[in-house]
Design a protein around this ligand. Structure first.
Ligand code: 5GP
Length: 215
């Protein structure tokens, strides 16, 4: 994606992605981070155990309950929530500076996180929900991953329905039928959101004013 930041500085976008597990959110996030400039992933803290292959500081900051609680009480999180019995929180630390410097931050968080972010950062967030094309397709993707037992797949299907019930609290709902199409749509959303006037008010405003007459 073309970056016009050098000509027209802008404030960064807080891009929130939510979906039920198996809808392809992880693939979409990775592709977006690889293929688009000036966007980085917000790494959450969690009390869940690392899965095979997950790396501390890259996938999550893995912390115990006491440390998580300390982080909550010291105001280290922009939002935090319980998901599947584990605690997850979005560190506030680096976000402000990234936005100020015109870089976007991607948040892979659930509907509770999206709801809390609306309270603390309404002007900066863009909320995108990824829907699978059907529950049958979601089921076959979850089975096809071969990661989980039948019981876990069934639990994820239950959880999927409750996650999906929050679809209308988002700014965009994209259907991930074909990953390339969905990724292209996600890039278009980001590209357009980067150009919204409030994010470019200083630079575009100065330019417009310099072209205005005195009256
Ligand atoms: P997983 O444990 O499979 O990586 O993530 C489970 C769910 O927790 C996913 O829906 C993910 O989006 C969500 N999640 C991950 N980090 C956070 C966070 O910091 N805050 C909230 N609210 N949800 C999170």
């Amino acid at each position: 994606m073309q970056n016009d930041q050098k000509q027209t500085p802008r404030r960064g976008v807080m891009l929130i992605l939510s979906s039920p597990s198996g809808a392809g959110k992880t693939t979409l996030s990775r592709r977006l981070l690889d293929e688009v400039e000036d966007i980085s992933l917000s790494v959450s803290a969690t009390t869940r155990q690392p899965r095979k292959g997950e790396i501390e500081g890259i996938d999550y900051f893995f912390v115990d309950d006491d440390r998580f609680h300390q982080m909550v009480t010291s105001g280290a999180f922009l939002e935090h929530a319980k998901v599947f019995g584990n605690s997850y929180g979005t560190p506030a630390g680096p976000v402000h500076q990234e936005l100020e410097e015109g870089r976007d931050v991607l948040f892979d968080i659930d509907w509770q996180g999206a709801q809390q972010m609306q309270k603390v950062a309404a002007a900066d967030i863009v909320r995108v929900f990824i829907l699978p094309p059907s529950l049958e397709e979601l089921h076959s993707r979850l089975k096809g991953r071969g990661q989980d037992s039948d019981e876990v797949v069934e639990a994820r299907m239950q959880k999927a329905s409750s996650e999906i019930s929050h679809w209308d609290a988002y700014d965009y709902v994209l259907v991930n039928d074909d990953v390339e199409t969905c990724l292209a749509q996600l890039k278009h959303v980001l590209e357009a959101e980067r150009m919204r006037l409030p994010r470019r008010i200083k630079s575009v405003g100065e330019l417009a004013k310099s072209m205005m007459g005195d009256e």
